[in-house]
Design a protein around this ligand. Structure first.
Ligand code: GAL
Length: 825
């Protein structure tokens, strides 16, 4: 798999000078002319066993697992194996999220305890062999017409150590949990009837990160068929430079003849606009390829009035590449791309299309309430949208390359992306992963930096410099258009800091100024900033209950508050941005309480469900400064504390803020730029209101009212229209309210979600100490809120969801599921 080439292509490529150019994903639906692509979503699944051969379906039996081709001694790898009692699951799928929590037996060695906490206390890994292997099976329909075609399985990411079988043959292996890979399978199929079966054994015993990583086929799988003469996976690369006469495109397209005969063909390419209209037809290019030969054709095109990709107008184009033989189309491959310019200036920051843009970023792992790492495309989009609503324009994919589906969302929605390698090394596996990542991702306009790594032990050393220089050289060879970066937490002047194009500071924001003076030519940014730890909706620290107050005051020793870092970065143009650690809470790394039952981090501006904590409004105020905002905290339900002073804060961006309690002014104060306001208010139940003034006029307000007992539920869906494609998910947010419809900020009622026309696939409530089941339909509210993820079915028509709780008035929402277009499995 090194170079991202399949066995057959590698043989053919041997004699050639490969300036292979690659691109984004091919169209996922069937296209005329030899190529078809089918997304494999519905698989049979069963846990295997890492130490019991019979419970692992015979894998490893008689030590003959790899002895004979097509006779893998694993029953589940064989086509005729009966899997009817296996679960039917939907990919993206994470089996770890459904596992129980397993805090280590006390006292565990510190290292074990830390590792188990880091991965969110799930019962997976060496101590849980019965939960650490997963088997997947998917049949495929093959006909005589497929004979002679090239057929591949394209995996966007499997966690982890996967063996791919087809009809009992081992057809591929892939260790890394985050890099895409593909395997060619056409040699192993039955073309004249008879079963064809794909099986995947996934071994998640070992981890790669220090955070929850999930387990299984948690990203898409495509079954792709093409003519022997075809454009290989990631076989296009579209570059552009923008000048006064328009955008000059440089298009590199690889064509590969995997057939046994030489062949003459024509490459015909066109650029298509967002409205589907052809904008440029490039000149046809003739080529003759020997058997096994690959060739990369370079072509130029001029787009006279390009619509540039930007955060506000994420305009995309499509390159349509067709291969014709004797006038007949044998392949068609679509590449999405965007036209934009990027520039990093060590004094003035980042420029997008010539305009300065401060990167208002967050770091995130692929993890969400209810579903873990098995994130559907629409949930990726929803998560991007939550951050955009806060004013964020940039995402750092920590600490691994993102799912292709997330990149598509960022392209379409205008979110900048730092694409990060998982392995910071130059061994064959690490370099192969890096190469695959750059080839897969280099047409995505959202990506602005390649991050080679994060806080590696060798970061400040000469060895670190050597390793990263070699990685950087590979990146430059594959993509000369984007700078490299690395996230360091010490020794910035040395080691890796001397070989990358831009340099990230993890925390230590106060050291950036000195560094900039010493090294004025290197663009810098906060690769991890903050991070305030907080439990949503809590306002007093409570060590016994492992609760952290949500004022912007609590942070680990290496970090700062939101206000401390943002005031530094906001005022210094040479710092091109900052990425909050983190946008969303994530499972694992339960900081600052590394002990059970804290199972997720407290770092997020949003909790694991995407419910905002109060700091969200701090960022929103200053990241969307032109939209007047005020937000008052805490909630106003403090029975028993009448007359006692309560610490009241206002986040906001209006010139002044006045606080009123039950209509009585508590004082009007000017809001200092990039900061917040505080009052101490003797508690009396009622209405706490903050009013923001601009130019003496009321411009924004925020109210907290003392709520009565829980009486009813409110349910909202993120959308009213869904696609009936079996993979679309709707985010259902439930709130507990009192008899007058006011949110009850302390409610913890037990809720139950039901769906018609869809299914509830996971639930959450954002409580970092909740050990209720994720893959369930019931969940307690936490501080008044809970969430369910509903997967919409495949039948178009009305879909509805309900939430109920004993003693409360229930609520329902209706959604329309529209017919989906496109070939699904
Ligand atoms: C950083 C690290 C992150 C996360 C964070 C927690 O050092 O890069 O992945 O562990 O600390 O504060």
């Amino acid at each position: 798999m090194r170079n991202g080439l399949t066995r057959r292509e590698a043989i053919g490529a041997g004699a050639l000078a490969l300036t292979i150019a690659n691109g984004a994903s091919a169209a996922p639906t069937a296209a005329p002319g030899g190529r078809s692509s089918e997304r494999l979503e519905r698989w049979r699944f069963r846990l295997g066993h890492a130490s019991d051969i019979e419970r692992d379906f015979g894998f490893g039996r008689n030590q003959r697992t790899f002895a004979k081709a097509g006779a893998a001694t694993a029953d589940a790898a064989m086509a005729d194996f009966d899997d009817q009692n296996w679960a039917q699951i939907q990919v993206p799928h994470d089996w770890a999220v459904a596992l129980p929590f397993a805090p280590p037996a006390v006292p565990a060695p510190k290292e074990t305890a830390d590792a188990v906490a880091a991965h969110g206390f799930k019962a997976i890994g060496r101590n849980h062999p019965a939960n650490s292997i997963g088997w997947y099976r998917h049949p495929m329909a093959v006909s005589a017409a497929d004979r002679g075609r090239r057929i591949w399985l394209e995996f966007d990411g499997v966690f982890r150590d996967a063996i791919i079988f087809v009809n009992g043959y081992v057809v591929g292996r892939n260790e890394g949990g985050y890099a895409p890979f593909r395997v060619e399978i056409d040699d192993f199929l039955n073309y004249e009837g008879g079963a064809n079966m794909i099986a995947v054994r996934v071994d998640a015993t070992l981890g790669e990160g220090w955070f929850y990583e999930g387990a299984g086929i948690y990203r898409h799988v495509d079954l792709v068929r093409a003519d022997p003469l075809h454009i290989p996976q990631w076989g296009t690369f579209v570059r552009s430079s923008v000048g006064p006469d328009g955008a000059r495109l440089r298009i590199a397209t690889e064509v590969h003849n995997s057939g046994a005969e030489a062949i003459s063909a024509t490459l015909r390419q066109a650029v298509i606009g967002a409205d589907g209209r052809t904008i440029i037809n490039l000149a046809d290019a003739a080529l003759t390829l020997r058997a096994g030969e690959s060739r990369t054709l370079e072509q130029d095109g001029l787009l006279r009035a390009p619509q540039l990709w930007s955060i506000e107008t994420p305009q995309l184009y499509r390159l349509r590449s067709e291969v014709l033989v004797g006038g007949r189309r044998v392949d068609r491959y679509d590449t999405k791309f965007g036209i934009r310019t990027i520039r990093f200036d060590a004094e003035r920051g980042f420029f997008l299309n010539g305009r300065p843009v401060k990167m208002l970023g967050t770091c995130n792992h692929q993890d969400h309430a209810g579903v873990g790492s098995g994130i559907a495309d629409s949930l990726h989009r929803w998560r991007v949208a939550q951050l955009q609503t806060m004013g964020s324009n940039a995402w750092r994919s920590a600490h691994n390359p993102p799912a292709a589906a997330l990149l598509d969302a960022c392209d379409e929605m205008g979110m900048l992306m730092i694409d990060e390698a998982r392995l910071n090394s130059t061994d064959d596996e690490a370099m192969s992963q890096l190469e695959r990542i750059v080839r897969r991702d280099r047409n995505h306009p959202s990506i602005v930096l390649w991050s080679l790594g994060n806080e590696e032990p060798h970061q400040g050393s000469e060895r670190g410099a050597r390793i990263n220089a070699e990685m950087a050289a590979l990146v430059k060879r594959l993509d000369p258009t984007r700078p490299t970066t690395f996230a360091m937490d010490n020794n910035w002047d040395k080691g890796v800091g001397t070989v990358v194009d831009t340099l990230g500071f993890n925390y230590r924001t106060n050291q950036m100024e000195g560094f900039h003076q010493r090294v004025p030519n290197l663009p810098i940014y906060g690769s991890e900033t903050g991070s305030t730890v907080a439990t949503r909706g809590e306002y007093a620290n409570d060590t016994a209950r492992q609760i952290v107050r949500a004022y912007d005051t609590e942070h680990p020793w290496w970090a700062t508050t939101a206000e401390q870092w943002w005031t530094i970065v906001a005022e210094r143009p040479y710092i091109f941005g900052g990425f909050i650690w983190t946008g969303f809470d994530y499972r694992g790394e339960p900081t600052p309480y590394p002990q059970f039952p804290s199972i997720s981090s407290y770092f997020g501006v949003l909790d694991t469900c995407g419910f905002p904590k109060d700091n969200y409004y701090y960022y929103r105020a200053w990241w969307r400064p032109n939209e007047p905002l005020v937000h008052v905290l805490p909630h106003w339900n403090w029975p028993g504390r009448e007359g006692q002073p309560i610490e009241v804060w206002a986040h906001g961006n209006t010139e002044e803020v006045e606080l009123l309690l039950n209509g009585q002014s508590q004082g009007r104060k000017p809001m200092p730029r990039n900061r917040h306001l505080e009052w101490r208010v003797p508690y009396a139940p009622g209405r706490l209101e903050a009013i923001g003034f601009n130019g003496g006029r009321r411009a924004a307000h925020s109210v907290r009212e003392t709520a009565g007992p829980a009486a009813a539920l409110r349910l909202t869906a993120d959308r009213r229209l869904a696609r009936a494609d079996g993979n679309d998910v709707i985010i259902l947010n439930a709130a507990v309210v009192d008899a007058r419809g006011r949110p009850v900020p302390t409610a913890d009622n037990a809720l139950r979600f039901t769906a018609r026309g869809g299914s509830i696939i996971g639930v959450g409530n954002g409580n970092p100490t909740s050990i209720e089941r994720d893959v369930a339909t019931a969940r307690k509210a936490f501080n008044g809120l809970a969430q369910a993820v509903m997967r919409v079915g495949r039948i178009p028509g009305p879909v509805s969801a309900e939430v109920a709780s004993p003693g409360l008035k229930g609520a329902a929402v209706r959604i329309a599921a529209l017919p989906s277009i496109g070939g699904q499995s």
